[in-house]
Design a protein around this ligand. Structure first.
Ligand SMILES: [Zn+2]
Length: 515
């Protein structure tokens, strides 16, 4: 078995998904989970893009020690210097430099000649090499580039000190056979190619990102880039859990192994869905809700007789645990603490106190509290940005009936500490509630998206809501959970507004690059 390295870019490419904006505490929790999952490299962000991204990359680089942390940079001294400041505390500082090599990008975006692209790449790899021991160089839009030009530039950046060469399918354009051939050509043509590792990076615009990645592996690539749940710009990136499980399940055919702890896949997928608000569809390969459900009578009969008749992946392999131990009303603080520790999450004494209190409140209404419920409560506490002043919901009441006009009365404490109260109507109960909140809140608000999900199953399940709001013209995500759907909806709405208040100190818009 030869070992394939997993390069996770959930926090960089994944975070560029439309509508996703994570605060640095959320990014840190995802980074810790990726470390538990066993990814080899994580791309924590693009430090030069914004103050917030810089701080998040620095926090992750300073905290994560078992995984190599990297950050993205353009081929400029400014970007490289900023990336170094963010990454220098990492166990193994690693830089990811990129420059486009396709005619369309060089002509229309960069407006520079192919010779200048070579010169700039070589100069900046040499410059970065003075500090970074590991440098990955990416030929942006490689799959629409001239292969001979790629071979030429790759040879030169290797001589300048690059340690990994990545050939991304930036626009999700290639096919498995073609992508494989490209890597084969590069390995045959570039004389010094044995001095570096080759990496693939695929987007899913044509639904081939995972297949393309595996074709690359079959052609000598030893590093696969992607995201958990396949999130990312447009149609997203290659789903790493699919790549890893495919190689595992078909180890009779592929002689490759990843270092991923496959039974951490479900937890990683759930956390990323929860924090990004991008839920996976029920039929998603590997971790969708239906991936292990066998509805048809014939299937069920077969599975009962021998699970392998229709089931090629067991739920346990990817960490889907059917026999969860429930906690309830009489569970003590000790059992609760053990449970939280079993997730690999550490809480301070204050956080534990608050989490236990919320757990107890939940047990008043819910007989059996599941792992998912506890995980939701704990993550909410871990990732709550500490604002000096923010809006707080004091109380609310909603009246709804088919024969009446839905009306909400809300009492709210403003960031200035003033308590305000009013009532508004709406066409439905959520709209009435949101109309009332927006009347009380000073910021200009517009609801862009609203989602409601249940955590786990059962009629007493915890409700989790995600909203996207335009707050003074800026898109902000918010999430909130509660036993009641209206309370969860109100919490998510206020969470989006409070995120805006917390981040408005650094309003410099984030620079977005595709890669
Ligand atoms: Zn990408």
């Amino acid at each position: 078995m030869s070992r394939i390295k997993i390069f996770d870019t959930t926090l960089r490419d994944g975070e560029q998904s439309p509508g996703v904006n994570l605060n640095k505490l959320e990014k840190l929790e995802i980074a810790k989970q990726l470390e538990r999952l066993g990814v080899d490299i994580m791309e924590a962000g693009f430090p030069a893009s914004s103050k917030g991204d810089f701080q998040a990359v620095k926090l992750i680089a300073d905290t994560i020690k078992d995984t190599s942390v990297t950050g993205l940079a353009r081929t400029t001294k400014g970007d490289i210097d900023t990336a170094w400041e963010a990454l220098k505390g990492a166990a193994e500082p690693r830089l990811h430099l990129f420059l486009a090599t396709s005619p369309i990008h060089m002509t229309y975006k960069l407006k520079i000649t192919p010779e200048q692209v070579i010169e700039q790449s070589v100069n900046m790899v040499s410059y970065a090499k003075q500090r970074f021991p590991q440098i990955e160089w990416s030929a942006e839009d490689a799959t629409r580039s001239d292969w001979n030009f790629l071979a030429q530039i790759i040879e030169k950046v290797i001589d300048a000190g690059a340690t990994v060469i990545n050939l991304p399918d930036t626009v999700g354009y290639t096919t498995p056979a073609e992508y494989g051939k490209m890597f084969h050509f590069i390995r045959e043509t570039v004389p010094n190619i044995d001095r570096v590792s080759l990496s693939c990076h695929c987007h899913d615009d044509l639904g081939m990102a995972v297949a393309n990645s595996i074709a690359a592996v079959e052609n000598g690539v030893t590093q696969v880039e992607g995201t958990i749940n396949g999130i990312g710009e447009r149609a997203g990136n290659a789903a790493l859990e699919e790549v890893a499980v495919a190689l595992k399940i078909r180890s009779d055919y592929y002689q490759y192994d990843t270092g991923l702890k496959l039974d951490e896949i479900k937890r990683s997928s759930d956390l990323i869905s929860k924090l990004t608000g991008m839920y996976v569809q029920a039929n998603k390969a590997i971790i969708g809700r239906n991936a292990f459900a066998h509805e048809s009578g014939i299937h069920q009969d077969g599975v009962l007789k021998n699970t392998e008749t229709y089931e090629i992946i067991t739920p346990e392999l990817v960490g889907v645990n059917s026999n969860t131990l429930f906690l309830g009303k009489h569970s003590g603080r000790h059992a609760f603490k053990d449970k939280v520790e079993s997730f690999g999450i550490e809480l301070t004494d204050d956080q534990l106190k608050e989490a236990f209190q919320r757990f107890k409140q939940l047990t008043d209404h819910k007989k059996e509290v599941t792992d998912d419920d506890i995980y939701t409560i704990v993550m909410e506490i871990k990732t709550e940005a500490q604002a000096v002043s923010k809006y707080e919901l004091k109380s609310f009441q909603v009246q709804y009936g088919q024969a009446t006009i839905p009306t909400a009365t809300v009492s709210l404490v403003t960031p200035q500490g003033k308590t305000l109260q009013t009532a508004c109507t709406g066409k439905g109960s959520v709209e009435a509630l949101y109309n009332t909140l927006s009347t009380l809140i000073e910021e200009e608000l517009k609801l862009l998206d609203y989602q409601l999900n249940s955590v786990g199953g059962g009629k007493d399940a915890l409700a989790e809501s995600h909203v996207q709001l335009s707050v003074n013209g800026e898109a902000m995500n918010g999430r909130g959970s509660a036993q009641d759907v209206l309370e969860a909806s109100a919490n998510a709405y206020l969470n989006a507004v409070n995120r805006y208040i917390i981040t408005k100190q650094s309003v410099k818009p984030k620079e977005v690059v595709k890669q």
